[in-house]
Structure formats: C-alpha cells, structure tokens
Design a protein around this ligand. Structure first.
Ligand code: VNL
Length: 390
C-alpha cells in the first residue's frame, strides 16, 4: 500500500519535472542556488553566496528584459537534501537555472534531475572530473582536481621532491587528485611511497601523520576540501613534520584564502597549485577583491567565491545571448563556448565538455603587507581537464 502511494507520487513528480518548461513563464528569471550554508563545509556556501550577491550588485538584476530572482537554499552539506531542494526548485519554483553545488556528491545527486527537466545546472564548487559527464545540462565554473594536480607533479621533482606520500579525502575529488598527481609524478621519475585516504566526515589526521613521519618522504601531498585545510596545517605543524624535513604540498584547497591568514607563519613556504589566488596580480582581480572586501569586510574571497562569481557571469551572459527566449536548451547552448577575462585569468567554457579551461598557477605562501597570501610564481596556460582524456 505504502509502496503504491510512493510510486504514484514518484510518477507525478517525474511528470511535473518534464512539464516544467512548457508552462508559460512570467517576466522573472529564476536562479535556484543550492549551497552548503550550514554543516561540514559551510565556509564554501558563505563564500559563494557573497560572490553571487556581489555580481548582482555590480551588474543589476535585469537582463534581456527579465528580472533576475535569486532563490538560495541551504543543503547542510548533505547530498540527499541537495537533491530534494533541486526537485522543489524545479517543480514548485520553476527555476530557469540551478547553480551552486558545494560538494561532488551533491552535484551527482542532482544531475539526473537537470537532465530530466532540461534545466542548465551551473556547478560553481564541486570539482571531481566526472561531474560534467553526469548530465549534458551541467556547465562547470570551478575547476577539476586533475587540472590542479598535474602541474604540481611536474614542479616537484625539479625542485628536490622525489619521494612523496599522498593524503586525500576519501571521495571523488580526493581520488582524482591522488590518481593524477601520482601518475604524473611517476612519469617524471618520482616515487609514491604510500597513498593514504582519510574519511571526508570527521577525519582524524593524527594516525596518518604519524605514519607519514615514519616513512619520511621528501613531501606530503594533501587534498582536503576547502574549509578543512586549517586542521591539516595545524596538526602537520604540531607534529613537527616540517622540522623533520617533510615538506607540505598540495592543491590550493589546503591553503584556501578563506583560512590561510589564520594559519600562522607555519604556513609560510607551502607550495600549491591552483586556478585562483586572491593575490593574483591583475587589474580585474584587484577590482574583484576590493569590491568583495568592501561588501564583506571580514572576508577575503577564495576560489569558491571565484567559481560563484564567474558562474553568475556565465548565466547572465547566456540569458543576454539567448534574449530570454527558448528555455533551458537555448540557455545551455549560450553557456557553451563562453570566453572571457575573469579575475582568475583567462577563462573558457569548452563547448564540447562544458568544463572550464583555465590557467593553473604554482604558488608559494608568503607574507604581503603583514598577511599570508598564495603568491603565484609560475603558470601553466589554458589547462583542459586531463580527466576527460583518460
Ligand atoms: C570539492 C572539491 C569540494 C574541492 C571542495 O570544497 C573542494 C568537491 C568544499 O568536489 O566535493 O575544495
């Protein structure tokens, strides 16, 4: 009996999903922004929300004659909740675009709904390579872990780092980082002594770091999601890993601009590779960082903010190009192939993969005006996601 009621409800939900875009819409254009505003990775939600609001404040809320309405939902960093919220946004609110998605499982859980309802889904944060394969309606404005990891594996052996232990969060992006960093390091004549994985939720780094101390590699490569880096840094320093001659390297997620300045001088000298630094020396970035800080005096924009800001740019521009006509497919078509100068550097949405092509920078933590920053010292230009070629 219960099962029948459930099935009936599910069928109705699917029917209303596909009917959504045939319903005539008024003059509003709705963006359903689903973010982790609470829970494990709430800092990413706060960063993206601030950047999205900044973009709207700077660019107005009317595009192609449509009034933009932003509907923000908090998924508490829980993928089941993300999916339920996406369903409600599509069916009840009849959003034109879905956006946000703090973690890979949230993006993956929502992808089938985007496909069924033909709703473009702009992934502003999550960064596992395969996300864009999960729906033809997904466009990404963040980065991918393979994209960020490879440059560091090229840099390390040339800079005295041959033996490495990797330590990653045990889910999509961590597994991507481990795989692509390790493969490339081996190709470059380096050696992976051990590959360690820690749970995403409630990780205890202590036993892992003890193990790394015993192995005594030249460096420890780390990926943990944005917001979790400070805990790794703290334990790394407390255990005297640096004094034992082990360098800390990783993707820029570990020295994320949101937390970096509070990590203390122990973070000085840490080398990472990533697509965005608040210290990126361009006029466009200076303007972005200044405006962001003015609107949010206690915050410094990190790469999550960057993904949200550029995501809004991609949505606004798609609406402008498609003149507010033609629904989800027209909007998606107008997102593909966008190319522009972002505060992060040149940015391109590859029309084939719907993934971001961008510069990857090598950076070192340094002090500038009494504050810690990721200072860029080298760049690999126009990097496509290496995950798509495999
Ligand atoms: C993910 C990747 C999340 C990188 C992150 O922070 C990050 C993800 C919240 O794909 O889940 O820094």
């Amino acid at each position: 009996m219960h099962k029948r009621i459930f099935l009936h409800a599910a069928a109705l939900a699917v029917a209303s999903l596909s009917a959504t875009h045939s319903i005539a819409q008024d003059n509003t254009f709705k963006i359903g922004l689903i973010l982790p505003m609470t829970g494990l990775l709430a800092s990413s939600g706060r960063q993206i929300e601030a950047a999205v609001k900044l973009y709207m404040a700077q660019n107005g809320d009317t595009v192609a004659g449509k009034k933009i309405q932003l509907i923000i939902k908090d998924d508490n960093t829980l993928p089941d909740v993300t999916k339920r919220l996406a369903q409600e946004l599509i069916v009840n609110d009849k959003v034109n675009v879905l956006a946000g998605f703090g973690i890979t499982p949230s993006a993956m859980a929502t992808a089938p709904l985007a496909t069924q309802s033909k709703t473009p889904m702009v992934v502003m944060a999550a960064a596992t390579s395969s996300i864009t394969l999960a729906s033809p309606y997904i466009v990404r404005t963040s980065f991918t872990l393979p994209q960020a990891s490879v440059a560091l594996a090229d840099w390390a052996p040339k800079n005295g780092i041959k033996k490495v232990v990797t330590l990653v969060s045990d889910y999509g992006p961590g597994i991507d980082a481990e795989k692509f960093f390790n493969q490339r390091l081996l190709l470059n004549g380096g050696q992976v002594m051990e590959s360690l994985r820690v749970p995403l939720r409630g990780p205890d780094f202590a036993p892992f770091l003890q193990k790394v101390r015993d192995i005594k590699p030249d460096a420890l490569f780390v990926f943990v999601p944005s917001g979790a880096g400070a805990a790794v840094m703290k334990q790394f320093l407390e255990r005297g890993m640096d004094k034992a001659g082990i360098k800390l390297i990783g993707t820029g997620d570990i020295t994320d601009d949101d937390q970096l300045n509070d990590m203390g001088d122990g973070a000085l000298g840490v080398v990472t590779s990533h697509h965005y630094s608040a210290a990126h020396p361009s006029a466009a970035n200076k303007k972005f960082v200044d405006a962001f800080k003015k609107a949010n005096p206690t915050m410094r924009p990190n790469f999550m903010a960057m993904g949200g800001y550029d995501g809004m740019r991609v949505i606004y521009e798609a609406l402008r190009i498609s003149k507010g006509q033609g629904g989800g497919d027209a909007l998606l078509a107008a997102m593909k192939g966008q190319i522009f100068e972002s505060p992060r550097g040149p940015m391109y949405i590859d029309a084939q993969t719907r993934d971001v092509v961008q510069n990857i920078y090598l950076r070192k933590v340094e002090k500038k005006d009494g504050q810690l920053y990721n200072v860029e010292f080298d760049v690999v230009k126009d990097v496509k996601d290496p995950g798509k070629a495999q």
